[in-house]
Design a protein around this ligand. Sequence first.
Ligand SMILES: *[C@@H]1O[C@H](CO)[C@@H](O)[C@H](O)[C@H]1NC(C)=O
Ligand SMILES: *[C@@H]1O[C@H](CO)[C@@H](O)[C@H](O)[C@H]1NC(C)=O
Ligand SMILES: *[C@@H]1O[C@H](CO)[C@@H](O)[C@H](O)[C@H]1NC(C)=O
Ligand SMILES: *[C@@H]1O[C@H](CO)[C@@H](O)[C@H](O)[C@H]1NC(C)=O
Ligand SMILES: *[C@@H]1O[C@H](CO)[C@@H](O)[C@H](O)[C@H]1NC(C)=O
Ligand SMILES: *[C@@H]1O[C@H](CO)[C@@H](O)[C@H](O)[C@H]1NC(C)=O
Ligand SMILES: *[C@@H]1O[C@H](CO)[C@@H](O)[C@H](O)[C@H]1NC(C)=O
Ligand SMILES: *[C@H]1O[C@@H](CO)[C@H](O)[C@@H](O)[C@@H]1NC(C)=O
Length: 467
Amino acid sequence: MLYMLPLALLLVTLSSAWAAPMCSLRSASSAAASPTPSSSPAGGSSLTPPATSGSGNSSNNDIVATAWYTGWNSAQLPVSQVSWDKYTSMTYAFALPQSDGTILLQSSDVALLPQFVEAAHSHNTKALLTIGGWTGSMYFSSLVGNADNRTAFVNASMQLVNQYNLDGLDFDWEYPGSSGDCNVNSPDDTQNFLSFLQELRGQASNLTLSAAVSLKPWVDSSGNPSTDVSGFAKALDYIAIMDYDVFGPGWSNNVGPNAPLNDTCAPSGDQDGSAVSAVNAWTASGFPANQIVLALAAYGHGFVVNSSTAFDSSNIAASASSTSSAMPAGTTPIAAYPTVGNSSTPEGDSTDAWSPGGGVDECGRPTSPGWGGIWNFAGMITGGVLDQNGTAVSGVGYRFDTCSQTPYVYLEDKQTMISYDDPTSIAAKGQFIAEQGLRGFAIWEAAGDYNDLLLDAVSNAIGIEEH
Ligand SMILES: *[C@@H]1O[C@H](CO)[C@@H](O)[C@H](O)[C@H]1NC(C)=O
Ligand SMILES: *[C@@H]1O[C@H](CO)[C@@H](O)[C@H](O)[C@H]1NC(C)=O
Ligand SMILES: *[C@@H]1O[C@H](CO)[C@@H](O)[C@H](O)[C@H]1NC(C)=O
Ligand SMILES: *[C@@H]1O[C@H](CO)[C@@H](O)[C@H](O)[C@H]1NC(C)=O
Ligand SMILES: *[C@@H]1O[C@H](CO)[C@@H](O)[C@H](O)[C@H]1NC(C)=O
Ligand SMILES: *[C@@H]1O[C@H](CO)[C@@H](O)[C@H](O)[C@H]1NC(C)=O
Ligand SMILES: *[C@@H]1O[C@H](CO)[C@@H](O)[C@H](O)[C@H]1NC(C)=O
Ligand SMILES: *[C@H]1O[C@@H](CO)[C@H](O)[C@@H](O)[C@@H]1NC(C)=O
C-alpha cells in the first residue's frame, strides 16, 4: 500500500554563498503562543552548534524550519503563495534517478523548479531539491554500487545543483538495503550510500545535504539497523525522521496513529514506533540530536471502521457533561485502536481521485482500482470535518490519544476513521523538538497546511520567528 506514499527524503545541502537564511528564535518569555514553559531549553538548545556537524562550513547551527513542496500540488499552493519568510528552506519534490544514471525531472517540474528557486531566493530562503521518493528509489543501489558509478552520480547531482542554482540536495532513498517499492538493493547499500555522500560532500562543502529517513537507522550488511551512523552525521547537515505512516490502511490491522509523538505508553501490541522511539534509536547509533529534524505530517490516513465498533460506549455518558478541551463541543467519544473493518482504503479528501486500475505501475505490476485515502489537514477543513481553526466539528466522533498526542475523527456516514495531526498535536511535537534539542522540523507537505495553522503551531512551540 505504500506505493502511494512519496514520503522518504534525503536532503543533501550545502550552505549558500549568499547570505544564509535564518529564522531567529524568540526568547522563551516572548513566545507567547508557545506551550513550552520558559523553563524549557526550547530553541536555545536548537541553536547550539553541533560538536560533530557536517564536514562542510555550512552554518549548521541554524534551526531548520522547512517543508517539502510538491510540484504536482502546485495548483493548490502556487510558489507565489508559499509563506517563504516562515521557512529557512523549502525542498522541491521529486527528481527521479534513472537506471542509466541520469536524474529525471518531469517536464512540468523543469518549468516550475526555476520559479520555485527564484521565489525562495527572493525571500532569503534556501531552495533544495529532493532526489528519490518511494517510487523513485529503484536505482539508488546500483548508482552508488561502485566507485565509478558513485562518481558519475555525484556528477549528475552536481549538474542539477549548478543548472538550477540550488542551495542543497535532499536524498530520499526508501530505503538502503531494502526492496522498498521494487528497488534494486544490496547488503552494502548503507555503506555505499555513505561513500557516495562523502564524495558528494567533498565536491561541495558549501551545499546543504540532508536525508529523509525511517524511524530506525538504515540496515547494515546483516540486515539489522546500523549501530553506528556517525559517519552520516559528518557527511550530512541533518536527517529528517519521517514520523508518519506508522499506521495506515492496508498495512495495519487496527486503527492507530499516523504520526505518533510517543508509543512507549501505547498498548504493548501497538508500539509501532514514534518520534520518541526514532530519536532514541538514531541518537543511540551515534547521530547527534542537534542534527535531527522531525518530519511532520500535514495529512491523515482514513481507515474503514464499522460503526458497531467505532464508538467508545463506556465514555459517551461521561462526555455529555464534559467541557474538556480534549473533547470538542458536540463530538462523541470513539474507541481506541478499533479493528479495521476491511482492507479497502476509503476515499480521502476532495483532492483524492479514484484510480480505475487496469494499468501498470512503476514496478511493472498491474494496478488495481482504489482510492489514495489521504486526508490533508486543509482537506479536512474545506471538507467540513474540522472548523476554520482545525477543531473537530460538532457531530463527528472524536478522540485525542494522550500517548501518541494525536487526534482521530470518525465519519459515520462514510464508515471512516481518520488519524491526523492538528495544531495541538503539532505543537506537542514542537515542544518535543525544543526539549530534545533537535535541529527543527520538516512538514510533508506545504500544500497540506491551511492558513499556516500547522506551520505556526510548530514554530510557536519552538519559539521561531520569521526572518
Ligand atoms: C558554493 O561555492 C561555490 C564556489 O565558491 C560557488 O560557486 C557556489 O555558488 C556556492 N554554492 C552555494 C550553494 O553557496
Ligand atoms: C572551512 O573554512 C576554513 C576557513 O575558511 C577552510 O580552511 C576549510 O578548508 C573549510 N572547510 C571545508 C570543509 O570547506
Ligand atoms: C565527472 O565530472 C568530471 C568533471 O567534469 C569529469 O572529469 C569526470 O570524467 C566525470 N566522471 C564521470 C564518471 O562522469
Ligand atoms: C513517552 O512515554 C513515556 C511513558 O511510557 C514517558 O515516560 C515519556 O515521558 C513520554 N515522552 C513524551 C515525549 O511524551
Ligand atoms: C457492521 O457490523 C454489524 C454488526 O456486527 C454488521 O451487521 C454489519 O454487516 C457490519 N457492516 C459492515 C459494512 O461490515
Ligand atoms: C469496505 O467497507 C466499506 C464501508 O463499509 C465499503 O464501502 C467497501 O465496499 C468495503 N470493501 C470491501 C472490499 O468489502
Ligand atoms: C477560531 O479561533 C478564533 C480565535 O480564538 C475565534 O475567534 C473563532 O471564533 C474560532 N473559529 C471557529 C470556527 O471556532
Ligand atoms: C554501474 O555499475 C555496474 C556494475 O554493477 C552496473 O552494471 C551499471 O548498471 C551501473 N550503472 C548505473 C548507472 O547504475
